[in-house]
Design a protein around this ligand. Structure first.
Ligand code: PEP
Length: 308
């Protein structure tokens, strides 16, 4: 759970988008087996770990469900058809995804918008299709490099959020996650610097507040960052108060890298509360070594001032 200044609690989400990778089911199987082993170890460690969602290519969904069974990793579809059934060769519907055990749906990824000309209206239709099929929907938004350079990021993201959420009720927002993915940071190795991501996330939260006033939606909705996230950049980005998790492309294809991202370290992550120790017997002792209590940054608590 993440505790932020505003008093809101949002469980972090780490999600992986495999896109059109890997090339064979054999390769997918190897990665999934490693990921499952890492995830089991992490879950057994007793740490307070984030929610994890994997978006594999459609043909690998059953394999992913089978190999990740027994872990808390949830599976989602990377996109969906605008149609539910019929003569639409090559399409995959939300009901087909749900029937395979998917709980999540990714919509509006910038690759769908730019390479396949997906419009905001279509994104909105897919949001509703997903929600109506009982799926939790992750909506991708983000500006291009040119838009970013002329300070249009907030304006573009505002339009994308408003159009994607047209007709979505405050109650339905419980099943919505927003992924801010600056197009110029996707697959380029350029990570948006953490303070800039924080500014955009907080602007998106203001848009949610405008759309759903006095409902608590803005404070509860999780807003993820996506764009060249790696094990090296995750800890820094997760320190920002309005960054509630990440959507990872390339690095999610390597089990160890993805697991390290899942096992991120953030001073804002409230892990298990400290144990209350009750002495059962009195033992006389002296603190001869003058030791400080051991503090690990992964515990998420800042050391008390007198120890600094
Ligand atoms: C993505 O595809 O959503 C993405 C963020 O990719 P990458 O991490 O490779 O930049």
């Amino acid at each position: 759970m993440v505790c932020y200044g505003g008093g809101e609690y949002r469980r972090p989400v780490v999600s992986g988008n495999w896109k059109l990778n890997p090339m064979t089911s054999g390769e997918a199987k190897e990665t999934l087996k490693l990921l499952a082993a890492n995830q089991r170890a992490l879950e057994e460690s007793g740490k307070d770990i984030p929610e994890v969602i994997l978006f594999p290519p459609y043909p690998f969904i059953p394999l992913a469900s089978e190999l990740l069974e027994g872990t808390t990793v949830a599976i989602g579809g990377q996109d969906c058809s605008l149609h539910d059934k019929g003569a639409f060769t090559g399409e995959v519907s939300v009901s087909q995804l749900a029937s395979l055990g998917c709980n999540h749906l990714l919509v509006g990824h910038s690759e769908r918008r730019t390479l396949f000309d997906e419009t905001d209206v279509e994104v909105n239709k897919k949001v509703h299709l997903g929600l109506n099929a009982g799926l939790r929907v992750m909506i991708c938004i983000g500006e291009t490099e040119d838009e970013f350079n002329v300070n249009l990021a907030d304006a573009v993201n505002e339009i994308q959020v408003k159009k994607a959420l047209a007709g979505v009720t405050a109650a339905q927002m419980e099943d919505i996650t927003i992924a801010y993915e600056p197009v110029w940071a996707i697959g380029t190795g350029k990570v948006c610097d953490a303070p800039t991501a924080q500014e955009v996330h907080s602007a998106v939260r203001r848009v949610l507040d405008e759309l759903y006033p006095n409902t608590g939606v803005a404070g509860r909705t999780r807003i993820l960052y996506g764009g060249s996230v790696t094990p090296e950049s995750i800890d820094v980005i997760m320190r920002e108060p309005d960054v509630d998790g990440v959507l990872v492309g390339g690095a999610s294809l390597m089990a160890d890298k993805f697991s390290r991202i899942i096992d991120f370290s953030s001073p804002l992550l409230v892990r298990s509360p400290p144990r209350v120790l009750v002495a059962k017997e009195v033992v006389s002792c002296r603190d001869t070594l003058d030791e400080s209590p051991i503090w690990d940054p992964r515990d998420g608590f800042f050391p008390p001032k007198h120890l600094l």
